[in-house]
Write a protein that binds this ligand. Structure first.
Ligand code: COA
Length: 177
């Protein structure tokens, strides 16, 4: 049995941002961005310690799940002008061609369109992958900002709820054989 080809993250560039595949070297900069309880209002969870972030990003450098069956792709969002890290993007891609995406922008850089700009670039890149059949996002029903980002990226709201989060989806049915 052949293993379907899983994607590897590339650097993506937008009008104001550079999206770089995250490495353990980014941990300390990302700690400064993510160490803020306000970022976890709708997603749950809590800020990680610097040590935990280092371990996490070291692990994520492989870009694969522990059993190798999924691509676990993570980007550090940087301002083009200064290269400062301001957030993160995530895409989990299964061998069945389903990508689940998520975004975080540090509190002081919010409301400037950066999440929408990043998400557009990420979803555009995912759609360019031959093997991709669907893009999904799981969003708390009261999370207006994230819902707006999904809508701006042409994801459709579904009635499916998973662990209290609404599923948004974009199907690429023409690729199904
Ligand atoms: C969700 C998040 C990424 C948005 O980041 P951002 O850079 O401020 O988003 P944008 O500036 O691109 O704005 C996106 C849309 O949400 C709207 N918006 C932003 N903050 C909002 C708020 N607090 N309430 C309502 N709408 C809001 C914007 O007006 C924009 O809508 P529009 O394009 O229709 O005008 C950011 O708030 C965040 O990181 N939150 C914590 C992590 C999180 O919850 N991630 C989502 C996981 S799916």
């Amino acid at each position: 049995m052949t293993t379907p080809k899983l994607p590897t993250a590339l650097t993506l560039t937008t009008a104001h941002l550079i999206l770089e595949p995250s490495t353990a070297r980014d941990a300390s900069e990302l700690f400064d961005v993510l160490n803020d309880t306000r970022l976890y209002t709708y997603t749950g969870g809590a800020p990680q310690t610097l040590e935990d972030l280092r371990t996490r990003y070291l692990r994520l450098e492989t870009q694969r799940s522990p059993d190798g069956s999924e691509a676990w792709l993570n980007w550090t969002i940087r301002l083009q002008a200064t290269r400062r890290a301001i957030g993160t993007l995530q895409a989990t891609v299964t061998s069945e061609g389903i990508a689940t995406v998520a975004w975080v922008i540090g509190y002081e850089w919010q409301h400037r369109g950066y999440a929408t700009e990043s998400a557009h670039a990420l979803i555009g890149w995912l759609m360019s992958l031959d093997t991709l059949l669907e893009v999904r996002a799981f969003i708390h029903p009261q999370h207006e900002a994230s819902s707006r980002i999904a809508r701006a990226c042409s994801l459709q709201l579904t009635s499916e709820l998973v662990d209290g989060e609404v599923v948004w989806t974009m199907l690429l049915p023409s690729r199904r054989s």
